[in-house]
Write a protein that binds this ligand. Structure first.
Ligand SMILES: *Cc1c(COP(=O)(O)O)cnc(C)c1O
Length: 383
């Protein structure tokens, strides 16, 4: 066996022994929260399509119409000839929603973070990141060459202490956090973060992948408490509640122009297909006109947390920490047998020893299904 084959085979065996090997399982999604897996119809509680907009007739029609009219792909980077006119419309809608001067759309949320962070900071600068920040925020930080320090999850005293000790040694400072933590469902104290950042001349960037469409009247985590936190860099994705694909950042004109000029994942990657941009515009319109739709995922999540005697959900994401990866996998199989799709989330996606079931709630979930999910878990000894 050559060394590449040997490396791959041995590495897989090692991961399998730790219950950390991963598999792609074919899953077809049909209407609302239904997934078809191994020929079986399951109610999915692990999809980020919080408003079920990926299945919405108007959104699907927007993809079809724009594709018929403009073609299937963008054909080039936006900086060359791929900057379709639909992009401007989509960016204007995002800026309006987030209350900023401008916005810039990327190929995905992951690509956005890999592009934005190195465009803003580099060697000689400091990044302070929440310990539970999404992998792509940390990857963007690493790519930037800035010094990255981690503060304990949502611990503002720790952040302030790190700033007091280290801020003066560096030119610029960027604070990174999820607005809604993707694997825990709790919220960052965005208003407090904004105040701390302001006091230390640090720039606050929130990754609001799970906030747009479902929190703060659909405007995201900066608006979750009813006001508007002063967050100069609001990043997010179009692939969750918006139901389509793509990443974005909302900021001032000057910051967006700099990102358009410098973000390598924008410059050296092809623009989103026109159909995707058109679908995202259609979704944002549905979000804008649907206060009940926007509020529904959080209500459903709270129905579940109440049934499970857990603290009230703060977002549509509710984790049940199991600890052991093998046990989390076994519980996921048990739920599948009961008709529910809930994937086990294991390290390194979450810290060692905190493997979990991660439940996500969407507007289309039926109350009776949520109640049956909770009673199934309770019968398995989880309360
Ligand atoms: C899903 C997610 C991303 C990545 O977004 P994609 O558009 O799927 O690439 C980034 N950040 C957070 C917090 C996420 O949950």
């Amino acid at each position: 066996m050559d060394s590449l084959e040997k490396f791959a085979t041995e590495k897989l065996a090692e991961l399998e022994a730790q219950h950390l090997r991963r598999w792609l399982v074919e899953t077809d999604r049909t209407e609302d929260a239904i997934a078809i897996r191994n020929g079986k119809r399951l109610i999915s509680f692990c999809c980020n399509d919080y408003l079920n907009l990926s299945q919405h007739p108007e959104v699907k029609q927007a993809v079809i119409a724009a594709t018929q009219r403009f073609g299937a792909g963008a054909g080039a980077s936006r900086l060359v000839s791929g900057n379709h006119s639909l992009y401007g419309e989509l960016e204007a809608a995002l800026a309006r929603l987030k209350g900023t001067e401008a916005a810039c759309v990327f190929g995905s949320g992951y690509l956005a973070n890999l592009g934005i962070i190195p465009a803003l900071v580099g060697s000689g600068d400091l990044i302070l990141a929440d310990a539970l920040s999404h992998a792509c925020l940390l990857a963007g930080g690493r790519l930037s060459g800035a010094q990255t320090l981690i503060f304990r999850h949502n611990d503002m005293a720790h952040l302030a202490e790190l700033l007091r000790i280290h801020r003066k040694t560096y030119r610029h400072c960027l604070i990174l956090t999820d607005g809604v933590f993707s694997m825990d469902g709790d919220l960052a104290p965005v208003r407090e973060l904004a105040e701390i950042a302001h006091a230390c001349d640090a720039w606050l960037m929130t990754d609001d992948a799970h906030g747009i469409g479902v929190l703060g009247d659909g405007r995201g985590s900066s608006f979750a408490d009813g006001g508007k936190a002063d967050v100069p860099l609001q990043m997010g994705t179009l692939s969750k509640a918006v139901g389509v694909y793509g990443g974005y950042i909302c900021a001032s004109h000057a910051v967006i122009d700099l990102i358009r000029t410098r973000a390598r994942t924008l410059i050296y990657s092809t623009g989103l297909p026109p159909g995707v941009a058109a679908a995202a515009i259609a979704s944002l319109e549905i979000i804008a006109r649907g206060p009940q739709l926007r509020a529904a995922p959080l209500h459903k999540a709270r129905r579940f947390t109440r049934a499970m005697n857990l603290p009230d959900a703060q977002s549509p994401i509710v984790p049940l920490i199991i600890g052991d990866a093998a046990r989390a996998l076994a519980l996921s199989t048990m739920l599948e047998e009961a008709g529910f799709l809930v994937t086990a989330i294991r390290p390194p996606t979450v810290p060692d020893g905190t493997a979990r079931l991660r439940f996500t709630f969407t507007a289309a979930h039926q109350d009776a299904d949520i109640d049956r999910l909770a009673s199934t878990l309770q019968m398995a000894g989880l309360t």
